[in-house]
Design a protein around this ligand. Sequence first.
Ligand code: FE2
Length: 329
Amino acid sequence: MVDEDCTVRNTIPRKIYRRLRNLPSELALWVINLPAIEARLRTSYKQARIGHLARLPKLSDQDAEIVEGLNRDGVYVTTLASLGLPLNSEMFASARLIAKTYEQRVRQNAYHGWETIMATPDEITSNPSIFLWGLNQRLLNIVEAYLGLPVAYDGLNLFYTVADGRQIGTRKWHRDREDRRMIKIAVYCNDVDEGGGPLEVVRPNVITGDLADKFTYPILSQESLEARLGGPVTDRDIVTCTGPAGTVIFSDTASLYHRGKPAISRDRCAIYYNYFSRRPRHPFFCERSGLSRAQIAELSHALAPEQRSCVSWRDNLPRVARLIPRNVA
Ligand SMILES: [Fe+2]
């Protein structure tokens, strides 16, 4: 739910533009959801997973625990310190500096009424460690082990969320549309408590049926989720991911309903790193980082071949899939 302008005001002309621009991708989704086509896609998806089994990476006990947590709960919470990745300090320091500039601009009322505030592509390319952190081989291996397929890395979104309590956009319950399963790795840049807009994830098997299994993606308000559950949402239904700055959250946001809880007590800055399989079911719902393909190529020029394959996942797509314009939020 972001777009290439990075900072999104939801005006009427914008809504009309979005509706028209997104017609091809919405039509493509409708076509591949036809039962006969989905049955064929599902069969080849299962075969691809079986075919990849012998090539899955070997994980350390610590990393295997993350995958087990994802399989069990759909979410796993850890910290930068515990992961101990080489670019931790550079990435985190750069993100905090960017967050500070947004904090100041928000105080000056520069974004009054805006729905989504996101770091610009220039801010990300000027701080390459933020992008490159997501390509750490350990992270890629964790995601590959969870997906059971080769990984695509789709960059990141650095969001600044104002504590205005509004239930809009990604602050409503939704599933992400990129692929059958995907992983987002969230990194909190400041302390996030209950009132600070934590990521909330509905536990597996709490929402069942078409809402959980089909690729139609209805969005639910808090009220409609509670109506489905037959009462107030409790800790038995959801995981609320609070934590200090430097908290890292792995979650499957394509399989599970989730949201950023509307912040009320303090603004929140968090980075979301995006991963899915190298041949995602919905390539036209991907590329949501705001970075252009040229910027990604520039950021990736010195990478090892394995990491570069994760970035250039579009090369793996059938030609027809590459022709459908990217959906914008
Ligand atoms: Fe999401």
